[in-house]
Design a protein around this ligand. Structure first.
Ligand code: GTP
Length: 598
């Protein structure tokens, strides 16, 4: 295939604007997937993705398009996620492309992540092709939205196709525009190999599979390759593409996007963003790698069954390979035993990782409440980075604490500006700016503590604005705050995994709310359990969990053994995600109680 007939592109959009649906239609129209094999959102291959209806991992497929000019074109389509937590995935996939199809919902218009994704595409020098989706909806206003795109993004929309990804209307025109408006890859097939690793996964038989975009040169079996950042060297076993089925090819040439397998057993050798070259004829410089994404949220993950610590460790290593922004290191908790402190990009990311560990690796886990990274300045002049409240030094040794702030841009209909300002104020936000977008919408700019955002800001925002607001945020810096550590005591014993760092003025309310919530969540036991919240040894709130009176078997009148078994089983099931700390059984929800607190 001639290089000028290759097109490498991503579909970018705000969440739910229809990327995956458009990708499905493109696969159908190019006969990449036969109709009978087609299930909705075929690129979302993880069960979790299909259940939640969101795209988490990017996926690359090769497809052949017979264009109206009579020629065949090879498309490499890379689907990307839209949620703010996964913007690192977007930037990785974009670096493998030359162009991007920008999908905008014609009923909703430009949203916060439409803009954020466009910026990422522009940073990667991509040609952008705007497309208006969902024109079948009665509320669609394609002309208004086109004007919005022109004004806000500066993209010419005179030729923008109006489609319904759902029905397939005009999707064929999008394919033609991909051919005529997006550029072919520029590299040189005769130059030394330069291939960008943009994703990888672990296969238990073949080892690490690296997904690559060949920017220069060619790669084929038996080639001796080097990963430039890690220096690791391997001999290529197979190369190929996904259609989306895996297909083995004799070689991958410049401009192609596919996979390489080389019996790589050491997971650490393959880093996303690294460049692969040949040992014998290396390229001079590595490709511009990806932006390193730093985790913003940390939590502890512990196996419910302590004996499965090593399994958890292995699962995390494998998952990390597939998820470059995941971090983890061993930690111990007096309450929970041996586990790992893990870093995530945000709460959804944390949730997804936890769920993947449980499903794909069959682990039962306890996750502690999430925390941001605090800068703790001690009286001796040193600074500690603390991502675990339990590790905070004693108050007398602390001079001051800084916490991370984000600059948040919230696009919201005018009618809800007041309500959103209220919410931002409540969450300790500092007003920066209020910009008019058009007759109906405003863009609010606030600086907010990240810790407030990760708790329940997103859900609150949706309920304050009936779902009309959209949010994008970036880390903006550290600021000093009046923060204190709040401990929780059960039965007089501090449970380290339940400690949190809170804003001083919120401490009493949170302490109260937390003890009440724990009282509801922790099951009654044979004895009364005091639940207390304390700051620096001073108790600020207290409730009691009353002692248990009946046991579950009391209902069974001794007779029916199968019913008895069922009840016991049910009780066991409920216990699965419980951890016995001292004499008290604590369920998983207790560690997350702080998230739903106000
Ligand atoms: P993420 O993968 O989560 O980022 O979302 P996405 O942008 O891929 O959106 P997706 O394709 O999952 O579509 C979101 C919802 O919009 C689904 O319920 C689709 O059925 C619906 N949808 C997509 N395209 C159209 C369309 O053209 N018309 C209508 N009416 N609904 C559509």
């Amino acid at each position: 295939m001639d290089q000028k007939n290759i097109r490498n592109f991503s579909i970018i959009a705000h969440i739910d604007h229809g990327k995956s649906t458009l990708a499905d239609r493109i696969l159908e129209l190019t006969d990449t997937v036969e109709k009978r094999e087609m299930k909705d959102q075929i690129l979302d291959s993880m069960d979790l993705e299909r259940e939640r209806g969101i795209t988490i991992k990017l996926n690359a497929v090769q497809l052949i398009y017979h264009a109206k000019d009579g020629q065949d074109y090879v498309f490499h389509l890379i689907d990307t996620p839209g949620h703010v937590d996964f913007s690192y995935e977007v930037s990785r996939s974009l670096a493998a492309c030359d162009g991007a199809v920008l999908v905008v919902d014609a009923a909703q218009g430009v949203q916060a992540q439409t803009l954020a994704n466009v910026y990422l595409a522009l940073e990667n020098d991509l040609e952008i092709l705007p497309v208006l989706n969902k024109v079948d909806l009665p509320s669609a206003q394609p002309d208004v939205v086109k004007e919005e795109i022109e004004n806000l993004i500066g993209l010419d929309c005179s030729d923008a196709v109006e489609i319904s990804a759902k029905s397939g209307l005009h999707v064929d025109q999008v394919l033609e525009q991909i051919v005529h408006k997006l550029p072919a890859p520029k590299g040189n097939n005769d130059a030394p190999l330069q291939a960008l690793v943009f994703d990888s996964l672990y296969d238990s038989y073949r080892g690490v599979i690296a997904f690559i975009s060949v920017k220069n040169g060619t790669i084929k079996p038996k080639d001796k390759i080097r990963f430039m950042a890690t220096g690791a060297e391997y001999e290529v076993i197979d190369v190929g593409v996904r259609t989306p089925k895996e297909v083995i090819k004799s070689e991958l040439v410049t401009g192609e996007v596919g996979w390489v397998s080389a019996a790589i057993k050491n997971i650490e050798d393959v880093r996303v963003g690294d460049t692969i070259t040949k040992v014998e004829q290396p390229c001079e410089v590595a490709l511009h790698g990806y932006r390193e994404m730093n985790p913003m949220v940390y939590c502890g993950l512990y196996p419910v069954d302590n004996a499965r610590y090593d399994d958890l460790k292995e699962a995390l290593s494998k998952l990390k390979l597939n998820d470059a922004s995941l971090r983890f290191e061993p930690e111990t908790s007096q309450a929970l035993g041996f586990g790992f402190r893990c870093g995530f990009l945000g709460l959804l990311h944390m949730d997804v990782v936890e769920e993947r560990l449980e499903r794909e690796y069959n682990l039962d886990l306890i996750a502690t409440s999430p925390s941001v990274i605090y800068h703790v300045y001690k009286t001796d002049g040193t600074m500690l980075e603390i991502d675990n409240p339990a590790a905070l030094p004693p108050t007398q040794n602390i001079d001051h604490i800084e916490e991370p702030y984000v600059r948040a841009e919230i696009m919201v209909p005018k009618d809800y500006v007041g309500a959103m300002m209220d919410l931002c104020q409540k969450k300790r936000g500092e007003y920066i700016d209020l910009q008019v977008i058009d007759d109906l919408r405003m863009n609010m700019v606030y600086e907010l503590p990240l810790s407030e955002i990760i708790y329940d800001f997103f859900d609150k925002m949706k309920s304050y604005t009936k779902g009309y607001a959209s949010l994008d945020y970036h880390f903006s810096g550290y600021k000093t705050s009046a923060l204190v550590k709040m401990d929780i005591l059960l039965n007089g014993q501090i449970i380290d995994a339940l400690s949190t760092i809170v804003f001083k003025d919120f401490a009493y309310n949170r302490g109260n709310a937390m003890t009440i919530k724990l009282k509801d969540i922790i099951p009654k036991q044979q004895f009364e359990i005091p639940v207390q919240a304390a700051i620096g040894g001073k108790i600020i709130a207290r409730t009691n969990i009353k002692a248990l009176r009946k046991n579950v078997l009391a209902k069974c009148y001794g007779g029916d053994i199968s019913r008895k078994k069922k009840l016991l089983e049910k009780q066991k099931e409920g216990k699965k995600r419980m951890k016995k700390v001292g004499s008290v059984e604590i369920p998983q929800e207790a560690f997350m109680a702080v998230l739903s607190m106000d």
